[in-house]
Design a protein around this ligand. Structure first.
Ligand code: BGC
Length: 752
């Protein structure tokens, strides 16, 4: 057992601390530390960015991005998410926890799990997916991994922070069902499954209220409904009105407000607008965090080699093979003519995004270095940079050299991608295209060599349809962290069979995206007009052609899916369903496959997307081997958020369970019938005639009233009656000669 270093008796402390001291605990002491109370032995603790590596800055007051201590740079979330591998995310989390302990960092400020509503969001590289289940499962594992080492996490940015434009003021206008099913669902899963030590409230407003000031979000939903036990910290400088934020449930303001926040809290207490009980509750959470952080000894260091090896594995599992015509890949390492490696990204890799998450890696191997050492003694390698990464104009000489290299080679591996200036925290992209000069270069290379492999480096989807006819093989490398170079070489040369799957759809063009017209909004308002239909929920429901669908990713082997059995383990309002199938590796290489289970509710009382991911499992198989894959689906796989009942409900009826290798490559499917739960809306005076008719006793009562008068004959079972189905019964009672009043309805409803 680890030795306990800090021992705080929180109850006693609360009695000893002055109100001023308690209020001061609710503000940071600088950019990265909480406030200490030295006279009572309360130390300060340090929080640090990342989260795909640790960004521990040298000095406390340093907000700069450039100078942080060296740390392993694992693949950012956009990469790691493509692994669809929670076991791997857990191990990456564990390694991050170790690095934090070695650096004396108490809380790692991540993971970021906002949904990829638009491919243009500048921070998509920090986020996992357009699907809340995938994001939630991976982030839960990651949080458990970090926290298993006694280091906290900060689940961010809570919530609906899906763009950078005007991020500190914009109000996301989202209906509650969409919030619950899409934008809160991943947060809910991580809170319930992994209890992150902290949750970071976002910059933006939701439906007019700053998330930092939203009692509904931070207290009613997060704590009361989901059972969150930790501390809510504001995003850096997200607090607008400190007292309102504290009352809503935002415990800690970061970074230090220089006393402004503390003053506002004390003023509000003096004015009777905040109670000391509220201050105590937040101070208790800060003290509990400090206590927790002190429970484990700091580590003397960490094993950089072992973590780099894990970074190689994680990057390898995250690479997505989008296309592989003529089995161009993998390249034979020993036999064949020269291999042209083209593109500055091969030499100067783009391995993470810019902004607060930027890590200073312990080492960095470029794809060019890795390919050079792997091919040494085998095939000749010809390198040509082809372009400068941030250039706006093509350099004719670089182009000519690249075309010449391609001409002399058997195969051209072309590294294209987004320049760092295209994607960053703080701004969104304006389009989804690669720089034109890269696309032109590709066309010229394809004109002299038919064997072109394109390798992409980008933090969020780019349009491929404009040029992928020039690329018989296409590898989506996302941003892969410090070991991406080696991992890409391993995949290109077949040392590793690719097993990544898209965590976001690659549409044919930006204008197909459902947020178009509602992104990024105007006048501080962004309307989530597409509702539930984000990502594949939109493309699949609308039957739109896409370049590469959600869940897509090829392998160097082939997998056969057979013998599906779907068993209802538990029926009723909280169903559980077991899906089992046999997966066989039908090829000649060991490889991993992600079996995806989609659920479709063909007939429902409410609109439902055509299908939604209900579960998944990543399985590794030796050549020729088979395994029975079992995925359990819980209530949420079938449920929708019933706004009127304010709860998750499963509507009884048929559900289709579809097993796919992507959302568009469904291999097996079976229909089951679930009895579901109660989805009715309680009757009120404003319920309609039609709604009364659906409930037998209400129908009986109402018709008894109507039959007492001539209105009964005119309405019951007649054309007029059908026209009146949408009429609230309170209004019906006011019809001339109705024979009953609103008071009668109320009395009847009360008597039921
Ligand atoms: C970002 C957070 C980050 C914080 C601290 C903010 O601008 O939105 O993700 O953790 O700064 O650097």
């Amino acid at each position: 057992m680890a030795e306990t270093r800090v021992q705080l008796d929180i109850e006693t402390l609360l009695g000893q601390l002055t109100l001023e001291e308690k209020a001061s605990l609710l503000d940071g002491s600088d950019f990265w530390h909480t406030e200490p109370i030295e006279r009572l032995g309360v130390p300060r603790i340090m929080v640090s960015d990342g989260p795909h590596g640790l960004r521990k800055v040298a000095a406390s007051e340093d907000a700069g991005l450039e100078h942080s201590e060296h740390a392993t740079c694992f693949p950012p979330a956009a990469g790691l998410a493509s692994s669809w591998d929670p076991a791997l995310a857990l191990r990456v989390g564990e390694a991050l926890g170790v690095e934090c302990r070695a650096a004396g960092v108490a809380v790692l400020l991540g993971p970021g799990i906002n949904m990829k509503r638009s491919p243009l969001c500048g921070r998509n590289f920090e986020y996992f997916s357009e699907d809340p289940l995938l994001a939630g499962v991976l982030a839960s594992a990651w949080v458990r991994g970090v926290q298993s080492h006694g280091v906290g996490t900060s689940l961010k940015h809570f919530a609906a922070n899906n763009q950078e434009a005007d991020r500190l003021r914009v109000s996301a206008e989202v209906d509650e069902r969409t919030l619950r099913e899409i934008y809160l669902a991943a947060f809910e899963r991580v809170v319930k499954e992994a209890q992150p030590w902290t949750v970071m409230s976002s910059y933006n407003r939701i439906n007019g209220t700053y998330t930092t000031e939203s009692h509904w979000l931070l207290t009613e939903v997060l704590r009361d409904e989901w059972g969150f036990e930790g501390l809510v910290v504001s995003d850096w400088a997200a607090v607008d009105r400190r007292a309102a934020a504290l009352a809503a449930g935002c415990d800690l303001e970061m970074p230090s407000s220089g006393g402004v926040g503390t003053g506002a809290i004390l003023d509000a207490v003096a004015a009777g607008e905040l109670s000391e009980v509220q201050v105590d509750a937040a101070a208790t959470r800060v003290l509990a965090l400090v206590q927790r952080a002190g429970e484990r000894e700091a580590l003397p260091g960490f094993d950089q080699d072992a973590h780099h090896e894990l970074a190689i594995e994680a990057a390898g599992a995250s690479i997505v093979l989008l296309k592989n015509e003529r089995d161009l890949l993998p390249l034979d390492r020993h036999h064949g003519g020269p291999v042209a490696v083209i593109g500055e990204f091969a030499r100067t890799p783009r391995f993470q995004g810019a902004g607060s998450s930027q890590v200073n890696p312990t080492r960095l191997e470029s794809p060019l270095d890795a390919l050079q050492s792997a091919l040494a003694g085998g095939r000749e390698l010809l390198f040509a940079p082809g372009f400068e990464i941030e250039a706006e104009q093509a350099d004719p000489q670089l182009v000519a050299e690249a075309v010449q290299a391609a001409q002399q080679a058997d195969v051209a591996v072309v590294f294209l991608g987004l320049p760092p200036s295209y994607e960053s925290e703080g701004w969104d992209r304006e389009h989804m295209d690669l720089p034109a000069l890269q696309v032109e270069l590709l066309a010229q290379i394809a004109a002299v060599n038919p064997n072109v492999v394109v390798v992409l480096s980008n933090g969020s989807a780019v349009v491929t349809s404009a040029w992928d006819r020039h690329a018989p093989a296409l590898v989506e490398g996302w941003l892969l962290g410090q070991a991406g170079g080696r991992a890409l070489a391993d995949v290109l040369l077949g040392v590793v069979s690719p097993s990544g799957k898209l965590a976001e759809t690659i549409p044919l063009k930006l204008s197909d995206n459902p947020a178009v017209g509602n992104f990024p909004g105007e006048n501080h308002v962004v309307r989530y007009g597409e509702g539930l239909l984000i990502g594949y929920r939109w493309y699949d429901s609308r039957e739109l052609e896409v370049s590469y669908p959600f869940g897509h990713g090829l392998s160097y082997t082939s997998f056969d899916y057979s013998d599906l059995s779907v068993r209802i383990l538990e029926d009723g309002a909280q169903p559980r369903v077991e899906v089992a199938l046999t997966l066989t590796n039908g090829g000649a290489r060991a490889a991993a496959e992600v079996v995806q289970v989609y659920v479709s509710d063909p007939e429902a009382a409410v609109y439902r997307p055509s299908q939604e991911l209900g579960g998944f499992s990543k399985v590794s198989l030796e050549p020729g081997a088979s395994v029975r894959v079992i995925v359990e689906l819980d209530q949420r796989a079938f449920a929708y958020w019933h706004s009127a009942r304010a709860e998750w409900v499963v509507e009884g009826g048929e559900f289709q369970v579809r097993i796919g290798a992507s959302s568009r490559d469904i291999r097996l499917s079976e229909t089951i019938t679930l009895s579901g739960g109660d989805v009715s809306v309680p009757l009120e005076v404003d319920s309609t005639y039609g709604e009364f008719l659906e409930v037998p006793d209400a129908e009986r009562w109402l018709h008894e009233q109507l039959r007492k008068t001539p209105l009964g004959e005119a309405v019951i079972g007649t054309h007029l009656g059908k026209m009146l189905l949408t009429l609230p019964v309170s209004r019906l009672s006011r019809f001339p000669g109705a024979g009953f009043t609103e008071a009668d309805i109320k009395a009847y409803l009360a008597s039921r």
